[in-house]
Design a protein. Structure first.
Ligand code: NAP
Length: 486
């Protein structure tokens, strides 16, 4: 059977993949597919359906600028609402027929003669594509630490991004390993129904009040009737994140200091027990790990059935976890809130580009041009690729800047012509980026998913989202290698 040939293969149906499909379609392309390995749309928001999952960026900023939603129910919408939003956007743009679910792309090989990519799925199906758009999250592969004795544990174990809905937590002894963004959302929701909840905390984080609330009927009416208010709110949120919260990403800045004081005051106000408060007091630079926001995390520890454990895990037994201090914590269910393999880009994919380039080799390097294109991977775009992560604002802003650049590049090329960044342009760009990153808070001593064990930071963007938008607003063709006449 002939192999289907596509203009575009988009891999991943999250915010970036769906955004790419919309923009490519708007640019006049019809022959494209979105391959999604799960059974549903919305990527991160499909995977992370744990109890309490919600966005920690305000919803009016955490949505496409070209698909505003006047009906967000709250300032920080829950996961189910974000997922429904992406579904609705897919329908509004008639994308269903382009989606292929339960299709994991496991390899991609570039043919220098035909200038086409051959993609292979886990089920051994093949597709040819002129352009490949990888839209896979760097927070997509769960990190499961290899604890001693884990295999002997007889209870249920699952990761936050693979929540097992068949397990009823009522009356169970539940342990959550980890105390960061995911754990802090789950704990307060499950605590009232479980018999006991023990949270293993390795590093205390800075927690700020979330200040969440429902939007009133009047507010939603206003957003619906007068889209100007919708746009005004988005612009205000955008400016607040870039002009105020971005400053917190600089060590020693006044905003950084304010956040430290505010979060320590919040802790003092909520936790009266001095021993517990000491355990929950962060001892790291503000922002070097994600600053957390919650209205109910600290209240959770005031419940009799909740215990904060800071002694560290020695080993798992059949129905318990033993701490390094020798205490045995009874466990029926263990939730791994242990994060993701963020710096191991696209594990499970084999990719061979031009001139012998491979993804395996590039993973050791993780440098891209503008977080999007990599030398010797022609006609390939890595949405939310290296150094596009933010500690202060909405990733949707970064995605939209990348999509504009991508469309400008592909519509600027004749058929059959390929494009990839020049190695010297990539080296220059990344040298400057690393220089700027060395002055950001992620470079301080604490270890986080933002950086590799050797200290190299392949994940974060060191400027504002507005600066990224400006950089991506025009294609500098001198940085790109084009295989023929444009
Ligand atoms: P994370 O930030 O990487 O946190 C992992 C937690 O597990 C940390 O508390 C970590 O402790 C602990 N941990 C890891 N390995 C451990 C081990 N071997 N033993 C004991 N503890 C261990 O992961 P996450 O909470 O899933 O969040 C990841 C990112 O996802 C966030 O930073 C955020 O960007 C995103 N997220 C966003 C939202 C949202 O609302 N938008 C919600 C959830 C997640 P240490 O700190 O000591 O390493």
């Amino acid at each position: 059977m002939a192999i289907q040939q596509l203009d575009f293969a988009i891999i991943g149906a999250g915010f970036s993949g769906i955004g790419a499909a919309i923009k490519i379609q708007e640019a006049g392309f019809k022959n494209f597919k979105v391959f999604e390995k799960t059974k549903g749309i919305s990527g991160t928001w499909y995977d992370n359906d744990y109890p309490g999952a919600a966005c920690d960026v305000p919803s009016h900023l955490y949505c496409y600028s070209f698909a505003p939603n006047p009906d967000w129910s709250r300032i920080y919408s829950p996961q189910s609402e974000i997922r429904s939003y992406v579904e609705a956007v897919v329908d509004q743009n008639n994308l269903r027929s382009h989606l292929q679910f339960e299709t994991e792309i496991v390899s991609a090989e570039f043919n220098e003669q035909t200038a086409l990519w051959t993609l292979k799925t886990a089920k051994n199906e093949k597709f040819l594509a002129r352009f490949v758009v990888w839209s896979v999250s760097f927070l997509g592969t769960p990190a499961i630490p290899s604890f001693t004795g884990l295999d002997n544990f007889q209870g249920k174990v699952f990761h936050t991004a693979r929540w097992d809905r068949s397990v009823d937590l009522s009356g169970k002894n539940v342990v959550i390993i980890g105390s960061a963004a995911s754990a802090l959302q789950i704990g307060p929701v499950i605590a009232p129904k479980v018999k006991s909840l023990t949270m293993f905390q390795r590093t205390a984080n800075y927690v700020m009040p979330r200040g969440d609330r429902d939007y009133s009927g009047f507010e939603k009416w206003l957003f619906r009737q007068f889209p100007f208010f919708n746009r005004l709110l988005r612009s205000w949120l955008n400016a607040r994140q870039d002009k105020f919260f971005f400053r917190a990403m600089k060590p020693g800045s006044w905003v950084n200091t304010i956040i430290r004081k505010r979060s320590l005051n919040y802790l003092k106000q909520k936790i009266k027990d001095p021993v517990l408060r000491k355990k929950l007091t962060a001892n790291i630079d503000v922002g070097c790990k994600r600053i957390l926001i919650s209205d109910d995390f600290y209240d959770m520890f005031c419940r009799d059935n909740v215990n904060l454990q800071t002694d560290g895990i020695a080993e798992f037994g059949a129905d318990y976890i033993e701490t390094k201090a020798g205490e045995r914590i009874k466990a029926d269910v263990v939730v791994m809130a242990t994060g993701f393999l963020a710096t191991e880009f696209m594990p499970g994919v084999n990719m061979t580009g031009a001139n012998g380039a491979s993804l395996a080799k590039w993973r050791d390097d993780l440098r891209a041009l503008k977080g999007l294109m990599v030398p010797d991977f022609p006609n390939t775009f890595f949405l939310l690729g290296p150094n596009t992560g933010l500690g202060h604002s909405s990733m949707i802003l970064m995605i939209e800047s990348q999509l504009k650049y991508l469309v400008d590049v592909v519509t600027g090329l004749k058929s059959g012509v390929t494009v990839a960044p020049k190695s010297d342009a990539v080296a220059r760009y990344n040298k400057q980026l690393q220089l700027e990153l060395s002055e950001m808070v992620w470079s301080t001593s604490c270890q986080s998913w933002y950086k590799r064990a050797d200290g190299y930071i392949p994940t974060m963007w060191p400027r504002t989202t507005a600066a990224y938008q400006t950089m991506m607003s025009e294609v500098d063709w001198s940085e790109l290698e084009v295989s023929g006449d444009k």
